[in-house]
Design a protein. Structure first.
Length: 277
């Protein structure tokens, strides 16, 4: 399939039916004709997520203001994720004017599972790849991701462990460790795969590797391992939201960059409370 064909399938199977919301989060369709796809979870670590694959209608600023009001009332930060082809074309500028902060863009990477599995890959003999098993493994993954991305140890532990417990058939988490040190050493790398039943798509997350272990084929081996798992479960397509670091590797492995996504973050602080959209 061509990149354009892959993007069309993704839009119809994932974006329009809102098929990739985080399991356990409340999902709602808001605005005219349900054009706003909103998901959120409340509580001390609560957060929200919004995207609008059908556009924003005749009064985009009013729709944006309504979503801000919704999350401000609940005291929740949220992300509005835009795709380069979203309407209106100046959506990002409107979000910034409304008080959002633009974050680093990523490339939406899509591809066919069979195409990935055609590429050879091998894990270095000095490391071991296995599925995460229990609290200790999730803690090690949290320490790794925090060291790489400053994502917070407890935050990633709670989300991954909770999701794995509640939806074991939709999430598989893997870690790579030094074969000599085993569970007594730090996680060298970690990655997970989410399955989206009924869509044909599985999404790939994580993949961060300690600097001293990079350029040894670990990232590629993790991707191939998850692709084989997706194949075994009957999934046809893979999806990755890729940084500039991982994009070239993914494309070399047979996946395509099909569009750019940009997250815009809003937090209910005093500055945003006084902002008039």
């Amino acid at each position: 399939m061509t990149p354009d064909e892959l993007l069309d399938v993704f839009h119809r199977r994932i974006r329009l039916p809102d098929a990739d919301a985080i399991p356990g989060w409340k999902q709602e369709h808001d605005g005219p004709d349900g054009m706003v796809h909103r998901s959120y979870i409340e509580g001390a670590e609560g957060a929200g997520f919004v995207e609008t694959p059908r556009g924003l209608g005749d009064d985009p600023d009013a729709v944006i203001a309504n979503e801000i009001a919704f999350f401000r009332e609940r005291g929740l930060p949220f992300e509005w994720k835009t795709y380069a082809y979203d309407e209106p074309a100046d959506l990002g500028e409107r979000l910034v004017r409304a008080g959002f902060t633009q974050e680093e863009p990523e490339t939406l990477i899509l591809g066919e599972v069979d195409r990935v599995l055609q590429r050879p890959s091998a894990l270095p003999s000095k490391v071991r790849l296995r599925e995460a098993d229990g609290a200790d493994d999730f803690q090690r993954i949290g320490v790794l991701t925090d060291a790489l991305w400053h994502s917070g140890v407890e935050r990633i532990v709670e989300r991954l462990a909770g999701e794995a417990r509640m939806f074991p058939d939709r999430l598989s988490v893997f870690l790579v460790e030094d074969a000599l040190k085993g569970p007594d050493g730090p996680a060298v790398s970690a990655a997970w795969i989410r399955f989206h039943p009924g869509t044909g798509f599985a999404s790939l997350w994580g993949g961060g590797t300690l600097p001293e272990w990079r350029r040894q084929g670990i990232y590629s081996a993790l991707l191939a391992h998850r692709a084989r798992l997706a194949k075994d479960r009957g999934y046809e397509f893979l999806r990755v939201d890729a940084s500039d670091d991982s994009r070239p590797i993914l494309q070399k492995l047979g996946l395509y960059g099909v569009t750019v996504t940009t997250p815009y973050e809003w937090t209910p602080d005093l500055h945003h409370s006084s902002t008039t959209p």
